[in-house]
Ligand binder design. Sequence first.
Ligand code: PLP
Length: 434
Amino acid sequence: MTMSPEPSGTVPDTAIYDRRESAVRSYARSMPRQFGRAEGVWMHDDQGGRYLDFLSGCSTLNYGHNHPILKQALLDYISADGIAHGLDLHTGAKQGFLTAFEDLILTPRGLDYRAMFTGPTGTNAVEAAIKLARKITGRELVIAFTNGFHGMTLGALACTGNAAKRGGAGVPLSHVAHEPYDGYYGPDVDTADLLEQRLADPSSGLDAPAAILVETVQGEGGLNAASPEWLRRIADIAKSHGALLIVDDIQAGCGRTGGFFSFEAMGFIPDIVTLAKSLSGMGLPFALTLLRPELDQWSPGEHNGTFRGNNHAFVTATAALRHFWSTEEFHRDIERRSQLLESRLLRIAAEHGFEARGRGMMRGINLGSGELAATVTAACFDAGLIIETSGAHDEVIKVLAPLVIDDAVLGIGLDILETKIREAAENNYAVAAE
Ligand SMILES: *Cc1c(COP(=O)(O)O)cnc(C)c1O
């Protein structure tokens, strides 16, 4: 198996991007190739280079690229002139999805949610969730957490912590309080206690919240994994203060942390859950806000959108649910791969005094420096491994391999990562010693 991209053939003319594409593009800068094709865990550039994908569209491709079963379902649907766009009309594709979601996801987990199809991206699902919470409670404040990431539209952006992202808003981002996430002040401070104390104190200045919005593992925020105890406390605090608990499962859900939902078997049930990223299973835009039936107090069309419920995504999502989530096998595969990933990352981290982080197949290594992390990810890319960073200073290398990855191929990717971290760390020591 050759891993290094070996450029061959004609070099694509990429000047059009500089000439015509907005400067806002970002990933294309750290991976300056033109990609043409992808299957499974591999992406191919137009010069014959092959890359192992440890980014998976930031956990949008949990089942890999162009999974043959999902692809065939979509091809069949399109060939039969299936409805591509139908506003929120009933379609066979939607019926198929709702039925599979009820049978394979909700019922087996004893969950009772209604599905609200929002506009197609994650941030739409978050907007709908916080809007509903404000409408139901009649309160304005949403409590979000340090390092949280919830999207780029104003409401969701107000809930996002990152200063660079917030800076793009151009208007005040208000009606959100960012409270310290689990572990924010180190292992000795229970930040759930702090939140409880502030909410119980009528003079703390913290208003009664409409909702508490939380990721169980912070994807963009640096792979901080909250403990089940802390999350249960947050759920209790929400309940006792009349706030709705919203779990943003856009990145941590759809199997990334093991179960279909990231909060499974933790002993609490969110009032509202947002899903997107890997929900369609094939990288098609598709977002969903789940709400307890009592909370379904929308009037028809009160929250709207032209692309609510993408029929092509319904088809691929249904195929993904039926293929991966009708037995325990996939769950067991993820558990095994998670352990493999965890032990390798712990070993690499231990070798250099770094810190391994995360949960399930949503893990990474905190290198303590964004510069060092960027050096490593660039070296990985040159060696044929697509991998990115997250965290307040982009200091955490995140491994978001497709969940379907072969154990052996996972090992090959981790070998590259291990080597590039070692090289960069040794180089760093050498520079420091000069
Ligand atoms: C990616 C992400 C979002 C935003 O989703 P978009 O599709 O980019 O709008 C929201 N919340 C979390 C946790 C995410 O990872």
